[in-house]
Write a protein that binds this ligand. Structure first.
Ligand code: ADP
Length: 377
C-alpha cells in the first residue's frame, strides 16, 4: 500500500509542515508558514495558515487524495501519553488539559490539531509526543528532590523532550554500527536551537537533560539550561521580577543570545573567529556544559558504545564535536580530526576499532512522526 502522511508541527506563530512518503522514507515537500497572528500580517490565525499550506501543497503538485494520515508533533504528553495516539475528541481534550505543564507549547498544538482535523476530516490524525520516549525514565532519574507531596500535587517531575529525535537517532546509530538497538548503549547529543542530551541503554532511555519543561540541561540558543533555582528567588527579591519577566529572561534572553547577543551558531562562530571576548566565553560555556553531561552519562551508562551528535549544530559544527570530547582518549573516546572535518551525512568520526564509536547522525523527526502515523492507516 502506498500513500503520504502530512506531518504538522504547530508553534504559537508558525506551522512547519512536511509531506512524507513513509514507505520510501522520503520527504515529498516541506515548508513553513510564519508570523501567524501578528498584527497587520498576512496570516491572521492557524486556520488561515493551514489554508495556505493546503494551497502550497496543491501548487507543488501533491495529490491531496494520497494523504492518508496526518501526524502531529505534540510537545507534552504528561504522565498520560507516551505511544503515538489516534486523536479523538477525548484525546484532544486531554492534550488540552496538559497545557498546565506546557503553557507555551500545548495550546498551539491543540489549535493545529483542531484546524487540521477540520481540513482533513477523513483520515486518521495521530499525536506523537515529544516526551514519549522518556516516559519510562527510571524513577531515580525522573524525580526532583523536592517535597514529595508538592511534586505529586502539581505533576512536578522530569519528563524530557526531543524524544522523537533521541529515539530515531539512537536507532539509526545502532543500524550504522550494524547492531541491534538492544545491544547498544548510546549518548545522544541533540544540538539545535533547543538542545538536549540523553543516555539510552539498549534502546531504552534512562536519562535526559530536559526536565519538567524544555528549559533544563544544556546551554541553548536562547534558553539558559541548568541554573541554580535560587537565582529565581534572588531576582524576584532584588529586581522585583515577576513570572512573565522571568519566563522571558530564561527562555528568550539567555543561552548563547544572553551571553553574546546572537543565538544562531553560525554567527557565534564568526564572532569567535574575530576574537570577540563575549562570543569566546559563550562558546566556552556551551562546550563546558556539554562535556559535563557527557561525563555524567558515561557514569550513568557504565559502558558506552556510541556517542551520536545530531541537529543543526551537532551535525554541522566539527569544532563543537571535537572540543566537547577532547582529552577523553583514556576513556576510549577519540574524535578523528580528518573524519570529523570531512564527509557529510551519517558517518562514524572516531578511529577504527575505538572502544566508543563517535558518530554524526542526522535527525529526521518528521520521518519518525510520519511512520508512527502510518501505523494507523
Ligand atoms: P531547531 O530545529 O531546534 O530549530 P536546528 O536543528 O535547525 O534547530 O538547529 C539550528 C541551529 O543549528 C542554529 O543555531 C544554526 O545556526 C545551527 N546550524 C545549522 N546549520 C549550520 C551550519 N552549517 N554551521 C553552523 N551552524 C549551523
Amino acid at each position: 500500500m502506498t500513500g503520504l502522511v502530512l506531518v504538522l508541527n504547530c508553534g504559537s506563530s508558525s506551522i512547519k509542515y512536511q509531506v512524507v512518503d513513509p514507505v520510501a522514507g522520503e520527504a515529498v515537500v516541506s515548508g513553513l508558514v510564519e508570523q501567524i497572528g501578528e498584527p497587520g500580517g498576512p496570516v491572521p490565525d492557524h486556520a488561515a495558515g493551514l489554508q495556505r499550506i493546503h494551497g502550497d501543497l496543491v501548487d507543488s503538485g501533491v495529490d491531496l487524495a494520497a494523504v492518508r494520515a496526518v501526524g502531529h508533533r505534540v510537545v507534552h504528553g504528561g504522565r498520560r501519553f507516551h505511544a503515538p495516539t489516534l486523536i479523538t475528541d477525548a484525546v484532544l481534550a486531554e492534550i488540552e488539559r496538559l497545557s498546565d505543564l506546557a503553557p507555551l507549547h500545548n495550546p498551539p498544538n491543540v489549535v493545529g490539531i483542531t484546524v487540521a482535523r477540520a481540513d482533513f476530516p477523513d483520515v486518521p490524525h495521530v499525536a506523537v509526543f515529544d516526551t514519549g520516549f522518556f516516559h519510562g525514565l527510571p524513577e531515580a532519574a525522573a524525580t526532583y528532590a523536592i517535597d514529595a507531596g508538592v511534586a505529586a500535587q502539581y505533576g512536578i517531575r522530569r519528563y524530557g523532550f526531543h524524544g522523537t529525535s533521541h529515539e530515531y537517532v539512537s536507532q539509526q546509530t545502532a543500524a550504522l554500527l550494524g547492531r541491534e538497538p538492544a545491544e547498544v548503549n548510546t549518548i545522544v547529543l541533540h544540538l539545535g536551537n533547543g538542545a538536549s542530551a540523553s543516555a539510552v541503554r539498549g534502546g531504552v532511555a534512562v536519562e535526559t537533560s530536559m526536565g519538567l519543561t524544555p528549559l533544563e540541561g544544556l546551554v541553548m540558543g536562547t534558553r539558559c539550561g541548568d541554573l541554580d533555582p535560587g537565582v529565581l528567588m534572588h531576582l524576584k527579591r532584588t529586581a522585583g521580577m515577576g513570572v512573565a519577566e522571568l519566563d522571558e529572561l530564561l527562555n528568550r534572553r539567555s543561552g548563547l543570545r544572553g551571553l553574546c547577543g546572537v543565538n544562531d551558531f553560525r554567527e557565534l562562530l564568526e564572532q569567535v573567529s574575530t576574537g570577540r571576548p563575549e562570543a569566546t566565553l559563550a562558546y566556552g560555556v556551551y562546550v563546558h556544559r556539554l562535556r559535563k553531561y557527557v561525563g555524567a552519562y558515561l557514569a550513568v551508562l557504565g559502558r558506552v558504545d556510541a556517542i551520536a551528535f545530531t541537529a543543526g549544530v551537532g551535525e554541522n559544527v566539527a569544532a563543537v564535536r571535537e572540543d566537547a570530547l577532547s582529552g577523553l582518549d583514556g576513556l576510549g573516546i577519540t574524535v578523528d580530526p580528518q573524519r570529523n572535518r570531512s564527509g557529510r551525512g551519517a558517518r562514524i568520526i572516531s578511529p577504527d576499532g575505538a572502544r566508543t564509536a563517535v558518530l554524526v547522525v542526522p535527525t529526521n523527526e518528521e520521518l519518525a512522526i510520519a511512520r508512527a502515523a502510518w501505523g494507523f492507516v
